[in-house]
Design a protein around this ligand. Structure first.
Ligand SMILES: O=C(CO)COP(=O)(O)O
Length: 124
């Protein structure tokens, strides 16, 4: 199962904490992590194996959306910062839309991501 992790700058610390908290499941052999560039770099520093795309503002969200559309990415954890504006908002909306088009689970906050991860923990 391929899980994409993405976090806006204001949520990167939360994302790393979330990853560490769920290290057991996220390090399983049948889970592959992919990430936007900067989020992926933080995850690598925390010891995770991650396939990094471009940074979000220069196309990383779009690359992950393409993988969702191609059926390669099965779940998306996108810790959005609702209190900041983002120049690449069209890419963010596009990713959300593509997840809906393809019925791919998308968590836009930590609480939802935790529920999704707990739901698959017994299956992967
Ligand atoms: O901007 C982002 C998502 O829209 C995240 O990208 P980075 O992980 O490269 O910062």
């Amino acid at each position: 199962m391929e899980i994409a992790i993405i976090s806006h700058d204001g949520k990167k610390v939360d994302m790393v904490q979330f990853l560490n908290k769920n290290k057991d499941i996220l390090s399983r052999e049948n889970i592959q992590l992919i990430a936007t560039g900067t989020t992926g770099g933080r995850a690598e520093k925390a010891g995770f194996k991650v396939m990094k795309m471009l940074s979000g503002p220069i196309g990383g969200d779009a690359q992950i959306a393409a993988r969702v559309a191609e059926g390669k990415t099965n779940m998306v954890f996108f810790f959005k910062d609702p209190l900041a504006s983002h120049p690449h908002e069209p890419d963010v909306s596009m990713l959300v839309r593509v997840c809906d088009v393809h019925n791919v689970p998308l968590a836009t906050n930590e609480a939802t991501a935790q529920l999704l991860l707990d739901a698959i923990a017994t299956r992967v």
